[in-house]
Design a protein. Structure first.
Length: 63
């Protein structure tokens, strides 16, 4: 899936680790980016998820 533009193959929501893998960056960099750009939804105390729709819009330059 890495470097894939076929976003429909992605799960409906992604974890920060999955985003880091797709971007080829560390989880720390991915966490900071998704938080700064408002891509993540907080689930529980510490867990963030990124909805596929927001991720795709960000990747296509719409966010």
């Amino acid at each position: 899936m890495k470097n894939s533009k076929n976003y429909e193959e992605l799960p409906m929501s992604l974890t920060v680790n999955q985003v880091a893998s797709l971007w080829g960056v560390s989880p720390k960099v991915a966490y900071r980016t998704v938080k700064d750009k408002g891509l993540a939804i907080k689930v529980g105390e510490k867990r963030l998820i990124i909805p596929r729709e927001k991720f795709v819009r960000f990747m296509e330059g719409q966010l």
